[in-house]
Write a protein that binds this ligand. Structure first.
Ligand SMILES: C[S@@+](CC[C@H](N)C(=O)[O-])C[C@H]1O[C@@H](n2cnc3c(N)ncnc32)[C@H](O)[C@@H]1O
Length: 273
């Protein structure tokens, strides 16, 4: 790919998804684009750029974002943070509050929001509480896997057996074991496509817990600042923001308090959780 094409394509990707592709990642981009070139029977990235610019339906832009996003995830990723989640939920239960709203803002193929749901629904009885989890991502491909909620045996290896058997059911397909999340968990989760770099987010505020892990690493600092401001706005007073343990808010203006390793809390005005 020539440099002019690289610059134009990466500018489009940045505008559409916030994902930054520095020049060192050119080989990665070329390899990810190969799938689109093959699908469209094109030979060069220059032809692909022209096809992308001609497409008025927006369909190819969606496919482009699907192939360039990195979707690595797994159940119980950074498992210590789920112990913190348990304590937060226990406090919430003691507070007598009857509703909890959680948003998983880069849900990928569903392992993270399902882990959250396992932990929350093991702590509070949905017969007496409303538990609503919104799981969103920009990538349509992973969102349909998340909606399906079916995982191969090796993908559920990190789920403790007793939790797995309570919340997932096993079936065999062509000699392969599949674990599907049971309906009593699924009914609490709504999946939706949401782009974190399109502001303001189309969501009502007062969210008790926001997970936004391992996505801002793909954004530059100005984008991170806007994302954090928006997450802060949408959090309920006393609400929690979970980042990945490798992320923090250094260099970003905010009014959140630290509440754990890469966990932040919006100051409470009168107590929420
Ligand atoms: C590495 S995965 C992290 C998944 C999960 N949060 C975790 O920590 O395991 C990053 C996810 O962010 C999503 N993503 C990237 N840019 C995004 C954007 N602008 N808006 C929403 N999601 C985005 C990707 O599609 C991908 O599924």
């Amino acid at each position: 790919m020539d440099n002019a094409t690289y610059e134009q394509l990466t500018a489009i990707i940045y505008r559409e998804s916030g994902i930054v592709f520095p020049i060192e990642k050119k080989a990665l981009l070329v390899s990810r684009l190969r799938r689109r070139l093959t699908a469209l029977r094109l030979s060069t990235e220059e032809e692909y750029l022209a096809a992308l610019q001609l497409d008025r339906t927006g369909e190819e832009m969606t496919r482009l974002v699907d192939v360039v996003s990195t979707n690595v995830t797994h159940f119980y990723r950074e498992s210590e943070q789920f112990q913190d989640l348990r304590s937060i939920i226990q406090n919430y239960r003691k507070s007598g509050k009857r509703e909890i709203k959680i948003w998983c803002a880069a849900a990928s193929s569903g392992e993270e929001p399902y882990t959250i749901a396992f932990e929350v629904l093991d702590e509070i009885d949905p017969a007496n509480h409303s538990v609503r989890i919104l799981a969103s991502d920009i990538c349509t491909k992973v969102l349909s896997q998340a909606v399906e909620g079916s995982y191969e045996e090796h993908m559920v290896a990190k789920v403790p057996e007793e939790i797995r058997d309570r919340h997932m059911e096993m079936s065999e397909h062509n000699g392969q074991r599949l674990w599907k999340v049971r309906p009593h968990i699924r009914r609490h989760i709504m999946f939706k496509r949401l782009n974190l770099v399109k502001f303001p987010y189309p969501l009502r505020g007062s969210i008790d817990i926001i997970y936004c892990r391992n996505v801002m690493i793909y954004f530059d600092v100005p984008t991170r600042k806007r994302v954090v401001a928006e997450l802060e706005r949408l959090l309920a007073p006393g609400g929690f923001l979970f980042l990945s343990q490798t992320e923090n808010l250094l260099g970003i203006d905010h009014k959140l308090d630290r509440a754990g390793v890469s966990i932040y809390r919006k100051p409470s005005h009168g107590g929420n959780l």
